[in-house]
Design a protein around this ligand. Structure first.
Ligand code: NAD
Ligand code: TYD
Length: 334
């Protein structure tokens, strides 16, 4: 298969490209990434010279760039490219509208014009909003709370409109919170590990009782592969790790794995419109495509901690750049 991956220099995209080459060594994968603050070619150092892999630095909002690539003829597109951090969307929503909504529409239009056979939109469970009890299914209404999740929900609707209007074979996946190697240290797990490694305080928003479902990134990649190969066009598939935890419990677990004291925890001002709980039912992908998660938190969290501890130069390099300004703005430099 000849695949165009967008946002492949980010966290999940780079794990996905690595996973695809392990499973399908004969596939061709082009990676289109604008290398935003979150894009990092270090994430693909082991892949960059591989036969079948190519990298294009470019923006998915730019029609000419997208056309220039897609006219070469691709079987599939996997659209990861996004602004992905809720807190940054609260500071400034504009890049989220540009990349997540407009960029997705440019990708859809390019795919339509150039006859792409499979278009996979990598979306999030956050489009459903918060849920006190029970689980959202693919039929649940969209009720996003943050500018990030609103921009992803808008993109989902545009994808479905391209399927209905133009017959474009689009599939959408909505996954829960990922963890694993190469995650940018603005997100909770790598932020906690990298701060704790340097005995810095760990900021917990509000009372720490917000709950997230955590999935190991490799399980997500395997689900994306299944949807890309076997998913039905026009369908949405929820993907969950089945590992729900309050933030405070998760942070305590990470500190325990690292042998660091709980006294590092500092409760800080809550995030505006902070979703209390994300919870989705992923029975559809299990039934239709035979996918289920293989990793539990117990199995994969220790390996994740080990990866960050063994790759200090990777996150220290990130933390010495633009990140410092962001961190000071968010957390007051603590
Ligand atoms: P990330 O922020 O680590 O990576 C995003 C990548 O997209 C970066 O490499 C960045 O340079 C690139 N990019 C941004 N704007 C671009 C543009 N205009 N053109 C080209 N490239 C651009 O994000 P991630 O955590 O890897 O998430 C990837 C996708 O998965 C996103 O669409 C996100 O909404 C979705 N998702 C993430 C999670 C999660 O837990 N991280 C969960 C569910 C869904
Ligand atoms: P995050 O990793 O930003 O993912 P999302 O908001 O997309 O779920 O945050 C995960 C949870 O951790 C969320 O409830 C917010 C919380 N959180 C903190 O308490 N402190 C932090 O410093 C960060 C980044 C997140």
């Amino acid at each position: 298969m000849k695949l165009l991956v967008t946002g492949g220099a980010g966290f999940i995209g780079s794990n996905f490209i690595r996973y695809i080459f392990q499973q399908h060594p004969d596939w061709q994968v082009a990676n289109l990434d604008r290398l935003s603050y979150a894009g990092n070619l270090e994430n693909l150092k082991d892949i960059e010279k591989r036969t079948g892999y190519s990298f294009v630095k470019g923006d998915i909002t730019d029609r000419a760039t997208v056309d220039g690539i897609l006219k070469e003829g691709y079987d599939g597109v996997v659209n990861f490219a996004a602004e992905s951090h809720v807190d940054r969307s609260i500071l400034d929503a504009s890049p989220f509208v540009d990349t997540n909504f407009k960029g997705t529409q440019v990708m859809l239009e390019g795919a339509r014009e150039h006859g792409v056979k499979r278009f996979l939109q990598v979306s999030t469970d956050e489009v459903y909003g918060s849920r006190g009890e029970g689980y959202f299914t693919e039929e649940s209404p969209l009720d996003p709370s943050s500018p990030y999740s609103a921009s992803k929900a808008a993109a989902d609707l545009m994808c479905l409109a391209y399927h209905k209007t133009h017959g474009l074979p689009v599939m959408i996946t909505r996954c829960t919170n990922n963890y694993g190697p190469y995650q940018f240290p603005e997100k909770l797990i790598p932020l906690v590990i990298s701060n704790a490694a340097e005995d810095m305080t760990i900021p917990i928003y509000g009372d720490g009782q917000n709950r997230r479902d955590w999935i190991y990134v490799e399980d997500h990649c395997r689900a994306l592969e299944a949807v890309l190969l076997k998913g039905r066009a026009g369908q949405v598939y929820n993907i969950a790790g089945g590992q729900e935890k309050p933030n405070l419990d998760l942070v305590k677990l990470l500190l325990k794995l690292m042998g660091k004291p709980e006294s590092l925890i500092t409760f800080v001002k809550d995030r505006p419109a902070h979703d209390r709980r994300y919870a989705i039912d992923c029975g559809k992908i299990e039934r239709e495509l035979g996918w289920k998660p293989l990793y539990t938190i117990e199995k994969a969290m220790a390996a994740t901690v080990d990866w960050y501890l063994a790759n200090g130069p990777w996150w220290r390099n990130i933390k010495s750049g633009e990140y410092q300004e962001y961190y000071t703005r968010m957390y007051g430099g603590r």
